[in-house]
Design a binder for this molecule. Structure first.
Ligand code: FE
Length: 333
């Protein structure tokens, strides 16, 4: 124990001498909750001696705060969910591009900003779920097919106000063009069994209860619900495997434009993409590691392998406004 503490001290001393400008803390604004990030940050502090201060809030207020604080912000890093939100933070000029070989090699290109302002750290798939008592997997094929006549009155969706659906539709526009994407969304609306749900979990429960037969949700909501109620007749399906793949999204982070501890923040970001941190980061919320070298949690692995849509997630931001307008035209509430 004594030797350990001594070598840790010595390590810290060498570190301090080698990099005199490095501060010993990083400040993070996080839209991900404390329960998820605290164990991760504690592990980082234990390993490096660098303290992490963080505040958690919803992404809207965090972006407002970053904007209002401007160059006086204490924040070095912004951590949030959905590429649409990360893209928006970059568009607002709140992030700064960083060059990192570590990030480029740990994170697949389609899951990070081509301009290097934000980086995916965990992956969630927005896929199809179905009632196993009423639907066979062979009945399912693509997102677009949920608009075909056989699903009339059998489909459930979450509200179009949620960024997850805005990103999904934005990626459909990127893939198919606006006309075809609009046709697909209109056909979903025509097949709805009931009004859109406020959240993914309520929608999954409606499918399990037989109020509808299929719907689209993020994988970790399914994982959480099945851990709580393992007997629910819910199945997971990977659509578009013969086409462009399953729609994925990320939670991720970027370095703030006015970071006071930029180098330390970048080091933390790189660590978050490493083997060691990736499991901690993804497993707590039943997500997929963004680093393809790292295996998902056993619960998540049991859902089977699937092909991801390889389109760059920056499209979710670039086409978000078009997606919102499209869903409005299509009558998707
Ligand atoms: Fe969520």
């Amino acid at each position: 124990m004594k030797t350990l503490r001594f070598s840790a001290l010595l390590g810290a001393a060498i570190f301090a001498f080698a990099s005199p400008v490095l501060a010993d803390e990083v400040v993070v604004y996080s839209a991900r909750n404390e329960q998820l990030i605290k164990p991760l940050f504690d592990a980082y502090t234990k390993e490096t001696g660098v303290r992490i201060k963080f505040i958690t809030d919803k992404e809207g207020p965090l972006l407002q705060r970053l904007k209002a604080e401007g160059e006086n912000t204490p924040a070095d890093m912004l951590l949030t969910v959905d590429a649409g939100n990360l893209w928006e933070a970059a568009r607002e000029g709140l992030l700064k591009p960083v060059q990192s070989k570590v990030l480029a090699s740990n994170i697949p290109a389609h899951l990070r900003d081509p301009g290097n302002q934000w980086f995916g750290l965990s992956v969630r798939a927005r896929t199809i779920f179905y009632n196993t008592q009423k639907v066979k997997p062979a009945d399912l094929s693509t997102y677009e097919d949920l608009g075909s006549a056989k699903w009339k009155g059998r489909l459930c969706l979450r509200t179009s106000k949620k960024v997850y659906n805005q990103s999904l539709v934005a990626m459909m526009i990127a893939e198919h063009g606006e006309a075809k994407a609009e046709q697909a969304v209109k056909s979903w609306v025509a097949n709805l069994a009931t009004a859109p749900f406020p959240d993914d979990t309520k929608m999954l429960e409606a499918i399990a209860a037989g109020q509808c037969d299929a719907g689209i949700a993020n994988t970790y909501y399914f994982g959480r619900l099945m851990e709580k109620k393992p007997g629910l007749p819910l199945g997971i399906f990977w659509p578009n495997q013969k086409e462009n793949g399953v729609h994925v999204n990320v939670s991720g982070a970027g370095i703030t434009k006015y970071a006071k501890h930029e180098k330390e923040a970048l080091r933390l970001l790189e660590w978050l993409s490493s083997d060691k941190a990736q499991n901690l980061f993804a497993d707590v919320n039943l997500e997929y590691p963004v680093n393809p070298a790292v295996k998902p949690d056993a619960v998540v692995s049991a859902w089977g392998a699937f092909r991801q849509n390889p389109l760059n997630l920056a499209k979710a931001g670039e086409l978000q406004a078009a997606a919102v307008k499209l869903m409005d035209r299509a009558g998707y509430k």
